[in-house]
Design a protein around this ligand. Structure first.
Ligand code: IMP
Ligand code: MG
Length: 178
């Protein structure tokens, strides 16, 4: 086990690069099977999902589009409770098969508040793919269609996820040491 320090906190190995990559390859196969000939539009939510989105998209063996939006509800280690959009969506979703890409669903607040905005544009279908899910923390009703890993309610960093801006460039996922 390896231990790293990010800001004032220690984190220990949780998901290895290999485990993450294998699971993403499986998700890409599953999604490709469900969306054959549909040319889905992926909407990746920045900043946290940039690595997941890039790796999933590389594995995807069907035609698909991708775009990026920025939402944030986090400050430090606790959900700030307020969902802020800072890069808006330019694509028209009408009639499209849309798949949201998230790094992690924690309380579910971010997506719960954002989904109606997307549904308003009348996409043909709207699904969610998240690399990580903390089921014990999720308080807002949400249907998660593709889940990479269900994990305990502990703060994690790495593979795009940050602790106050740092830790995103780590290839593995680390969990807060208790
Ligand atoms: P939610 O709205 O509470 O579901 O939080 C969603 C967002 O909070 C995610 O997209 C992440 O950016 C951030 N977040 C939640 N849990 C963690 C974590 O353990 N590490 C890093 N970021 C997290
Ligand atoms: Mg995020």
């Amino acid at each position: 086990m390896s231990v790293i320090q990010v800001h004032d906190k220690k984190f220990e190995t949780f998901l290895s690069e290999d485990v993450i990559q294998k699971r993403i390859a499986e998700l890409a196969i599953e999604i490709a099977r469900d969306y054959t000939d549909k040319k889905p539009l992926f909407i990746a939510i920045l900043n946290g999902s940039f690595m997941f989105a890039a790796d999933l998209f590389k594995h995807l063996q069907i035609e698909a589009e991708i775009c990026f939006i920025k939402l944030a509800s986090y400050k430090g280690m606790k959900s700030s409770g307020k969902v802020v959009t800072s890069i808006g969506l330019e694509e028209d979703l009408f009639g499209k098969d849309v798949i949201i890409l998230e790094d992690i669903v924690d309380t579910g607040k971010t997506l719960h508040h954002f989904l109606p905005k997307l549904e308003h544009q009348q996409p043909r279908s709207l699904k969610i793919a998240t690399l990580l899910h903390k089921p014990a923390a999720t308080k807002f009703p949400l249907t998660l269609d593709y889940i990479g890993f269900s994990i305990p309610e502990k703060f994690v960093v790495g593979y795009g996820l940050d602790y106050d801006g740092l830790g995103r460039n780590i290839k593995e996922i680390y969990q807060l040491s208790s």
